[in-house]
Each structure stands twice: as structure tokens, then as C-alpha cells.
Design a binder for this molecule. Structure first.
Ligand code: MN
Length: 227
């Protein structure tokens, strides 16, 4: 049978030092995974554990350009470590989780904060705030077999050269193995799944013309221009 129209192309991410492309399945994002960021968002990390939401795979951006989205006056940057799975399953134990990790990358979880806050207030879903076109600028993947599995390292973001976010990935409430274990109790994880692991405190607004540069020690850096 022929398709009624051309199917959407597979979304892929380049891999550093390889000619292979990583085909993306889903993007899972962790909310409030750093205590100081949970507090700046007005919640108590001791009472409310982290949780997950999603973006669409085709919202990934690889050219370092983030087009300011419509219907908002308050777009925020969130600097995040990204985890790329090469296999998956259900009920994965934390001690077995890292063997499913293909590599790591850096990403920005760009957010229409004003629409997200409205959704929170009215008890509605978060997609209008989070599942935004081109809202997942991401770098090429560095292989876990090359850099290992980073457990500690500075995570930071500068807006136009001014430091806005700075913490350490060891400050995650749920570390990467526990995120994979938790997700696998709710969904069937598989090769191609990307996890955005949450952002530290210091998130803020950006505007057209701004330059966001961030990184995680031991993984690399990302630079994204708001256009
Ligand atoms: Mn985020």
C-alpha cells in the first residue's frame, strides 16, 4: 500500500566521531529535578517529587537557531543534560539502567513560561508551554563509550555572556539511572528515546537577538541564537 502523502522524515541527531545518525523516537523531559529550581518555580522539592512531560521529536533543532515562538511574551531558557538510549524495556532497575545509554548531549528546554503558568493555574496540560515548535535545540551526541557516564560536573548557561544558571549535575534529585528506572515503570522505553534531565535554578527570559551559551563539564557546550 502506498502512503496517502509523504510521511514525515525520521528525526536524527549526529554522533560525534561517527558517520552514523541517531534516530529519535520520543523526548521525555524531567520537571523540577534540581531543588533550587523547584523552589524558584514556587514548589517545595521536599513535598513534591520530580515528574515527566514530553516534547515531540520533530521539535529538535540542530542548527543553533531558535525562532522566537508565537503567542507568548515570556520565553525561558532551561539548560539541560540530555541522555540518549540505545535500548530500553520496562521495569528497568536503576543498577541496570546505564547499560541502555548510548550517549549524552546538551539541550535547551525552551518554554513559553507565561502559557505554562496559565496551564498550571487552570490545571490544564503543559503542552502549550512546553511542546513548542523548535523548542529543543540540541548538540551532537557524545558516546558513553568515549566519555563514560557523567555523574558530577558543572552545568551552566550564559545569556549574552552573563552567567544565569550554574550548578552541578550531582544536584539532580533523580539521577540518570533513577530517571530511566522511573520512566520504564510508566512507559516502554526503546532505542531512540531522549531524556532531558531537568534544569538548575536561574532560568529566565530571552528575546530575539540573544545568544545562549551553556555546557556541562565533561560533555561539551551548546550555543543557540534566538532569531
Ligand atoms: Mn526543563
Amino acid at each position: 500500500m502506498a502512503y496517502a502523502f509523504d510521511p514525515s522524515p525520521v528525526v536524527t541527531i549526529p554522533v560525534v566521531g561517527s558517520s552514523l545518525l541517531y534516530p529519535v523516537h520520543r523526548i521525555y523531559c524531567v520537571g523540577r529535578n534540581y531543588a533550587e529550581h523547584a523552589r524558584e518555580m514556587g514548589s517545595d522539592p521536599d513535598k513534591e517529587p520530580p515528574f515527566f512531560f514530553a516534547k515531540a521529536a520533530d521539535q529538535i533543532v540542530l542548527d543553533g537557531k531558535f525562532p522566537y515562538p508565537p503567542a507568548t511574551k515570556d520565553v525561558h531558557f532551561e539548560m539541560e543534560l540530555c541522555v540518549m538510549l540505545k535500548s530500553g524495556g520496562t521495569d528497568i532497575r536503576p543498577e541496570d539502567a546505564l547499560k541502555h545509554v548510548y550517549g549524552y548531549a546538551l539541550g535547551l528546554d525552551m518554554t513559553r513560561r507565561d502559557l505554562q503558568n496559565q496551564a498550571k493555574k487552570t490545571g490544564r496540560p503543559w503542552e502549550i508551554g512546553k511542546m513548542v515548535e523548535k523548542s529543543a535545540p540540541i548538540t551532537s551526541i557524545v558516546l558513553a563509550e568515549k566519555i563514560g557516564h557523567p555523574k558530577k560536573g558543572k552545568i551552566w548557561l550564559d545569556l549574552n555572556g552573563v552567567r544565569k544558571q550554574e550548578s552541578d549535575i550531582d544536584q539532580m534529585i533523580w539521577d540518570v539511572p533513577n530517571q530511566i528506572a522511573f520512566l520504564s515503570q510508566l512507559w516502554t522505553l526503546q532505542a531512540g528515546d531522549v531524556i532531558m534531565t531537568g534544569t538548575p535554578a536561574g532560568v529566565g527570559a530571552c528575546k530575539k537577538g540573544d545568544v545562549m551559551k551553556g555546557g556541562v563539564d565533561g560533555v561539551g557546550t551548546i550555543e543557540v541564537h534566538v532569531v
